[in-house]
Design a protein around this ligand. Structure first.
Ligand code: BG6
Length: 469
């Protein structure tokens, strides 16, 4: 066996608070944006009320992490468990819960890798300040981050302020834009929220470096790799711009402390320049990130989308993957197959992504999410998910090659450690290495069952990356 994974490679797995914890209103926790959105679909699919019940089962679950051999566990804290109103009283029971989780991880030599905010803004901040639109939310986040650094800083050395800020702002319900129909107003709000998230991120980075000098902190990016649909030069440019508008405008802000020219031009042309303050500049420039975390699920294609009189420069009605008239239009890659849920499966794209991020920023990279969302079948106490093993193996081969290319890849955390609530599609869409015995309609006994992929990944970790078994 000959692999390129370094000796201290951080083999891990991931999750997030609202997707596993349940106990949505226990011990003082209050409503979050993620709860609110999931309750709207409670009649159709599982919601956040119980999820995988990690809150009551964390000891057993962490024991399984130990058995898997995990070196790191990437998870998130629920802001509304720690500060139920977002910027009000601190909830000691929330603080204590995460101490217990972190202590258990450390007892088993598993490095905690903590995200502060993963889609679950305390709903009280929406009611008070329209969430990220208000600068008050930025300062509330800074306070929350400092509380966490003070509490857990002697135990937690890896931090991510936000999960996928670049994706959060693209999904309207995730940034609590519910009733507004005027597209220009939505974009204006979106631009303000985006900027405020950047500022909050920078404040957290600066506070982390001041309060925990031996800690590392960086952004978690929803990655985008876009191929030109044809070899026409305008399609090549469209593909570049799609990546720029989905990822690099934000990473450049985190890295250089300012938005790049094409993004500023877009804000100007659309007349949606966000409100900023002079003193922000210094905060943004000072915030030096230590690594880049990437979440990788798919790649796409793009072609040029001309603007015309009916469609002047600006966003085309879209969902997560908006298009921009005058710049680009996204499509699926005709050369790739997709999962049942529409994500193009592209392991080689991961090699492209890793090289690209490395060449642009020369910062260590960790993959904090990568996985296959699909229904699994529990049969006679087993889950034979060979399709997931194939998926993970091919993506890990891409990592191995990228390391050989010279990329400083420090770790890999598949999504997800255990089955959890999909961010929008309930419990049928499973990602875990560990099966959780429940369905969208029935809680059943929530028993944990190690899938075949669990046993396979355990061996990968044991052998530091032997993928051929
Ligand atoms: C990532 C999120 O974007 O995608 C996770 O960080 C999410 O929270 C994952 O679960 C997979 O997406 P989904 O919608 O299938 O849950």
């Amino acid at each position: 066996m000959n692999t390129n994974f370094p000796k201290d490679f951080m083999w891990g797995a991931s999750s997030s608070a609202f997707q596993i914890e349940g106990a949505w209103d226990e011990d003082g926790k209050k409503l979050t944006v993620a709860d609110y959105n999931s309750f709207k679909k409670s009649h159709l699919q599982a919601d956040t009320k119980v999820a995988s019940d990690f809150y009551h089962n964390y000891e057993e679950d962490i024991k399984l992490m130990k058995e898997l051999g995990m070196k790191t566990y990437r998870f998130s804290l629920s802001w509304a468990r720690i500060i139920p109103d977002g910027d009000g009283e601190i909830n000691q029971k929330g603080i204590d819960f995460y101490h217990k989780v972190i202590d258990k991880l450390l007892e088993y030599d598993i490095e905690p890798f903590v995200t502060l905010y993963h889609f679950d803004l305390p709903f009280a901040l929406v009611e008070k300040y329209n969430g990220w639109e208000g600068r008050e939310t930025v300062y509330a986040f800074e306070r929350y981050a400092k509380i966490c650094f003070k509490e857990y800083g002697n135990k937690v050395k890896y931090w991510q302020p936000h999960n996928e800020h670049n994706l959060i702002v693209r999904v309207e319900e995730r940034i609590n834009i519910y009733d507004e129909t005027d597209k220009w107003k939505i974009d204006k709000m979106r631009a303000q929220m985006d900027y405020n998230l950047c500022l909050a991120h920078a404040l957290a980075v600066n506070a982390c470096h001041e309060m925990i000098p031996d800690a590392k902190i960086g952004p978690a990016v929803s990655s985008s790799v876009t191929y030109p649909l044809t070899t026409k030069p305008e399609d090549v440019f469209a593909a570049r711009m799609n990546d720029n508008f989905k990822v690099y405008y934000m990473l450049d802000m985190h890295y250089y402390g300012e938005y790049p020219g094409y993004y500023m031009e877009y804000l100007k042309k659309r007349n949606i320049m966000p409100y900023t303050e002079e003193s922000d500049k210094e905060i943004l420039k000072k915030a030096k990130i230590d690594f880049i975390a990437i979440n990788y699920y798919r790649t796409n294609c793009a072609s040029y989308l001309p603007a015309d009189e009916d469609h002047p420069f600006g966003l085309r009605e879209g969902t997560v993957d908006f298009d921009i008239y005058g710049l680009f239009k996204m499509t699926m890659n005709p050369n790739l197959t997709a999962t049942e849920y529409g994500a193009a499966i592209d392991p080689s794209g991961l090699r492209v992504a890793l090289n690209e991020y490395w060449q642009r920023y020369h910062l260590p990279i960790i993959i904090t999410e990568n996985g296959l969302g699909t229904p699994d079948v529990l049969e006679y106490g087993k889950v034979h998910d060979s399709y997931r093993i194939d998926y993970l193996r091919e993506h890990l081969k891409a990592c191995d090659l990228a390391i050989k290319d010279g990329v400083d890849l420090m770790g890999y955390c598949p999504w997800s450690f255990m089955d959890l609530l999909s961010s929008a599609q309930g419990f049928r869409k499973r990602y875990g290495l560990v099966y959780v015995n429940r369905t969208d309609d029935e809680l059943l006994d929530l028993q944990r069952v190690k899938k075949d992929s669990f046993h396979w990944y355990k061996k990968v970790i044991e052998t530091n990356g032997d993928l051929d078994h």
